[in-house]
Design a protein around this ligand. Sequence first.
Ligand SMILES: [Zn+2]
Length: 137
Amino acid sequence: MCVYCLEDHGFTEHLEHIYDPSSTGDIILVFPNGDRFEMPDMVLHYVFDHQWLPPQEFIVDVLSFDAESVKTERFQTKGLMDPKPIDMKIGYLQGDFSIGEVTAEFKEKLVRLCEIAAKDYPWMVAPRNKEKKDGMA
Ligand SMILES: [Zn+2]
């Protein structure tokens, strides 16, 4: 579960959130310039629902390369005893949570990267169904 949802609001489910606030894995991105980032599945939830501002180096890399040129790998972290070594972790993995504005172009490219990385787990990065949300309210 997203720790920021829990901190702010207890265990209440937020129907206005676009992305699911739960995750069981992380995504590693290796950019053509050699930069490696590890981010949680929930990165879209952080950016879209909590206005999380990723590190500037990450934003620059996302904007600098075509999503198709980035190597992506998703792996389960839940129950994983031997985390992979990584240069830079972002999101809750890094412990810092800054709030700020990102551009629509960044959001679009981040969604594309997540779709590619989680192609075997499409529900991880799919926006929630608006009608289903309304039906649950
Ligand atoms: Zn959250």
